[in-house]
Design a protein around this ligand. Structure first.
Ligand code: UD1
Length: 370
């Protein structure tokens, strides 16, 4: 039996780890899973709500690292994670995505000689000003097993000289969570509570430092959103970083005053799923939401200059439109002109709800081949 530590740190990790831990629970003769939460995200709305909604077991170990600069946060995760690995002596550590906790834990393991599997390996935006791009590139260099969501990721890894035997295409595990929770999310009353049930509405999320930490950039995006909000309600669940910056720049009042822009607290997994799945349009700078909208056929505009998930543009509903207000409005107009039924979902191969079992199979095969 393999003892596996599954690491979670920040909000986008929970929906990727939940199906893996559940599959390990089902395959208890093969796997003994532990969950370690670094505490990178710690607010009830950024963390606890997701454990509840996704049925993730309480973490076996909570490192309580919290917010700090990148170097401090990464270092704190490493300092707190190392003794856990030394004590538990796992056969494998599974890290997911591209947050600071991902790289920090992978680095600890590589120095201790403990095998690491990276789920969502190989994605590249080719924009090294994004902290996540550095986390992705470095984690993929040191992980033993690179589990990719789509064929473009395999090509990226091969182009970086990574041997093919370390790479395995398993599909998108976040879509396992999405499909599993669709029916449950129907029970959410979030649309009624926000007064958008039965109406056309848009949903926006923003949290990238390049969009929200710079007053001019944030102001430009908000001006486009306010114009759009005159046409249909625009629901804006704001990340804590975004809230903080809106207040710091004195923009929170202006956002609310505009009328149609509905600023809310961050939503839990089921409420957010219920909300965006019924939207006419989603505008976002998140990586995961580009994939989730693709899987459900919801039109998505990505408010960034690039994406590490090109398959959502090639096959899915995503368009990368940048942050110029006129372009955002033009593209929003185009998207709103089309009926949603005109954009039937084209889900990339292996985004089928069964990636977690393929991840477990790949780990087992890797053990028997070494
Ligand atoms: C992190 C990830 C990013 C991911 C995002 C999802 C890195 C480099 N970035 O960015 O890839 O898309 O999570 O949310 O790992 N804060 C709270 N409560 C919390 C967490 C954060 O109030 O529970 C506030 C703090 O003021 C903190 C700020 O948000 O300083 C930023 O948090 P941090 O974890 O540093 O980065 P994110 O922007 O959340």
């Amino acid at each position: 039996m393999l003892k596996v530590i599954n690491v979670v740190g920040a909000r986008p990790n929970f929906m990727k780890v939940a199906p893996v831990v559940e599959a390990m629970g089902r395959r208890a003769r093969e796997f003994a899973p532990l969950v370690v939460h670094t505490g990178q995200h710690y607010d009830a709305r950024m963390s606890d709500a997701f454990f509840r909604d996704l049925g993730l077991p309480e973490p076996d170990v909570y490192l309580g690292v919290g917010s700090a600069s990148h170097a401090q946060q990464t270092a704190a995760v490493m300092q707190h994670f190392e003794p856990v690995v030394v004590r538990e002596r796992p056969d494998w550590v599974v890290v997911v995505g591209d947050v600071n906790s991902t790289l920090a834990c992978a680095l600890v393991c590589s120095k201790l000689g403990v095998r690491v599997a990276h789920v969502e390996a190989g994605l590249r935006s080719r924009d090294r000003t994004m902290p996540e791009e550095i986390n992705r590139v470095l984690t993929d260099q040191i992980a033993d097993l690179l589990l990719t969501p789509s064929a473009d990721a395999d090509r990226n890894l091969l182009a970086e000289g990574i041997p093919p035997k370390r790479i395995r295409l398993v599909g998108n595990v976040m879509i396992d969570s999405l499909f599993k929770h669709l029916a449950l999310a129907e029970r959410s009353k979030v649309r009624e509570e926000l007064g958008v049930e039965g109406r056309d509405y848009a949903v926006v999320t923003l949290h990238r430092p390049s969009n929200v930490d710079d007053a001019a950039a944030l102001r430009r995006i908000l001006s486009a959103l306010s114009t759009l909000a005159a046409r249909l309600p625009v629901v804006f669940p704001a990340h804590p970083r975004t809230r903080k910056m809106l207040a710091e720049f004195g923009l929170d009042e202006a956002v609310v005053r505009g009328g149609g822009l509905l600023l809310t607290e961050p939503l839990g997994y089921l409420d957010f799923l219920r909300l965006f799945s019924g939207a006419r349009l989603v505008l976002t700078d998140s990586g995961g939401i580009q994939e989730e909208t693709t899987a459900l056929g919801v039109p998505c505009l990505t408010l960034r200059e690039n994406t590490e998930r090109p398959v959502t543009v090639e096959l899915g509903t995503n368009r990368v439109v940048g942050t110029d207000p006129e372009r955002i409005l033009r593209e929003a107009e185009r998207a709103l002109e089309r009926e949603r039924a005109d954009v039937p979902p084209r889900v990339p191969p292996l985004w089928d709800g069964h990636a977690a079992d393929r991840i477990l199979d790949a780990i087992l095969e890797n053990v028997s081949s070494t």
